[in-house]
Ligand binder design. Structure first.
Ligand SMILES: Cc1cc2nc3c(=O)[nH]c(=O)nc-3n(C[C@H](O)[C@H](O)[C@H](O)COP(=O)(O)OP(=O)(O)OC[C@H]3O[C@@H](n4cnc5c(N)ncnc54)[C@H](O)[C@@H]3O)c2cc1C
Length: 381
């Protein structure tokens, strides 16, 4: 078995698969490793932002069309924010956006890599450790096997082993602890519309996103703040039961059936600029903490950062330069694409957390729809 590659990508979620797709045809010998066997579940709201499709178009327009044609998705035309049961406002999406269970969405991307590129794939192989040498990187897998490459892309999500091995320990990132459940038969659904509800039970919002075959993805997130002693998985599961039994939602869930378990997972929110690359490594997606602090969107950032990482990797080989200084080209590009948007979301999140009465004011003032459309567009929410 070949154990030496030009590039090793750890993690075959949206970031890793996009990176492998974008490296296709660049003359590099690429390995993609994942601890899971695909298709696999990923705890998520399953709302695929429009930018995810745009990023796929950037890699290959044909792949974006294939992704849009995938049958296991529901196109979403609008999102509605309920400030109270009676007061809501709606935002119409201009670009194509969809909801799709990650079981299908991620598997589709992974299959593109498997079937349409020369990437060497390792499934069911966990990377346990890695070490960076003067002219290579070595990954040690759970079974003791060692794989090496000139550069490694850490696309291995929130608990990234690549990040932990390559960067000094950082002050704990801000993480949302979020839960997700699948329900069939929820009543009162508006077709092709995502619902966000501001409710007293949680600081953030409760979501209901329609999926194909009559399913809905429901869930909510809370800032995992140890000092408040809240945000444990047990706490948030109990809270979900409390929300569904509340007066506001009881009737809508009366005849609905849950499918599978309620699952929780963390979202590594973007909070500040930080190192996300260095000598012979690069981080993308959740491993680089690129989740939008207001919307909780991370799939689009994962795909885009996978593409941008692939561009940087190509530059490294062209210039035969894998030094930390040279990698800042990647960080600048990420900053250029997402910096303003993420900084704005972060400030807005902080502002709303400090001034929760603003949302209450909104309920009473209820600005006209055109003001809301303007604000959403301006803030790029
Ligand atoms: C409850 C919840 C709701 C969310 N809702 C939305 C939403 O509606 N829309 C949205 O855009 N985003 C949402 N997000 C965020 C989104 O899920 C992530 O931003 C996105 O999955 C990031 O993709 P990724 O490829 O970076 O990581 P992941 O999708 O986490 O993929 C990482 C991959 O790495 C593999 N891996 C991990 N460790 C190792 C290892 N040591 N060795 C080998 N393989 C490894 C894993 O098996 C996995 O396949 C939500 C997140 C949560 C938790």
């Amino acid at each position: 078995m070949n154990t030496t590659f030009d590039v090793i990508i750890v993690g075959a979620g949206p970031a890793g698969s996009a990176c492998a797709l974008a490296l296709d045809g660049k003359g590099l010998n690429v390995a993609l490793i994942d601890k899971a066997t695909f298709p696999r579940d990923k705890v998520c709201g399953d709302a695929i932002p429009g930018q995810s499709f745009k990023a796929m178009r950037q890699i290959k327009p044909e792949w974006e069309l294939q992704l849009r044609a995938m049958c296991k998705q529901t196109q979403i035309f609008s999102s509605r924010l309920y400030l109270s049961p009676q007061k809501s406002f709606c935002y119409q999406w201009i670009s194509y956006a969809a909801n799709s269970k990650r079981f299908y969405f991620d598997d589709f991307l992974f299959r593109l890599v498997k079937d349409q590129t020369n990437t060497k794939i390792f499934q069911n192989k966990q990377v346990n450790k890695l070490s960076i040498h003067r002219d290579s990187v070595t990954c040690i897998l759970e079974d003791g096997a060692a794989l090496s490459a000139s550069i490694i892309a850490g696309c291995d999500g929130n608990h990234s082993v690549v990040k932990r091995s390559c960067l000094p320990p950082q002050k704990r990132d801000t993480v949302y602890a979020a839960v997700r459940a699948y329900y069939k038969g929820v009543s009162g659904i508006t077709a092709r519309e995502n619902e966000f509800h501001i409710i007293k039970e949680v600081d953030g919002y409760f979501w209901i996103f329609p999926l194909p075959d009559g399913y809905c993805n429901i869930g909510f997130g809370v800032i995992n703040d140890k000092s408040k002693k809240s945000g444990s998985q047990k706490d948030i599961r109990q809270k979900l039961a409390q929300i569904l039994a509340s007066e506001r939602f009881r009737a809508r869930f009366e005849n609905a059936q849950a499918e599978g378990e309620i699952k929780g997972f963390g979202l590594p929110l973007w909070t500040k600029d930080r190192r996300i690359s260095g000598e012979r490594f690069i981080l993308a997606g959740d491993a680089a903490s690129l989740v939008d602090p207001i919307q909780g969107h991370g799939i689009d950032k994962a795909i885009w950062s996978g593409v941008i990482a692939a561009n940087q990797i190509q530059r490294c080989f062209q210039h035969d330069n894998f030094q930390s200084d040279f990698m800042t080209g990647y960080e600048n590009e990420i900053n250029q694409r997402f910096g303003r948007e993420l900084r704005r979301s972060y400030c807005l999140m902080k502002f709303l957390a400090k001034n929760p009465f603003i949302l209450k004011w909104l309920i009473y003032l209820m600005p006209p729809q055109r003001v809301i459309n303007w604000a959403v567009k301006k803030l790029k929410i």
